[in-house]
Design a protein around this ligand. Sequence first.
Ligand SMILES: [Cu+2]
Length: 191
Amino acid sequence: MEIHRFEKLWVALALLLIVGFIGTVTYGAVGAGVKMVDESGGTVDANALNDHPRFGEPGTYQVGENEYEVYVVARQFLFEPGTNEPIRVPAGSTVTFHITSSDVIHGFEVAGTNINTMVIPGQVTQITVRFEESRSYGIICHEYCGAAHHTMEGQLQVVPPSDFSSADLQNPAVADRDAPVNDADTEEEDE
Ligand SMILES: [Cu+2]
């Protein structure tokens, strides 16, 4: 069977496109570390965040010698902490962010890094990162969340360990490795 050379060309181009599409999806899943918000962060009662042991007092908690957990609540139209006061963590430490929303879907992106997630009410997004050098990053909401969405931003300060003190920690006295992270009892109880 004779196939016209133009037809061969278009078949080749179509195959190339398919390979390209598969390539970008594979790169996103493996190379860039893109993944769905999964169950690892757990769930919370978005209407009772104030009663949560950590989200009730969001901020930076020390959980190990060089390990920190940062609890962030996104709400219209600010990050707490982040907007009114910057999130502060020491450089060279392992930081796990736990982010949730108290009202609608928000976004949480630390500009210039690959920390970029959707923030869903009732769902906790968990991201672990290591910041090696001290510098400031902007945080933006990238999910349209209402009339003042464009003003919803914050700041993350990675400071030299010498500049980081217990004043930057939330409840330094209760910060311990075994503190509850999610109170499973409160979820979907009163539906
Ligand atoms: Cu927004």
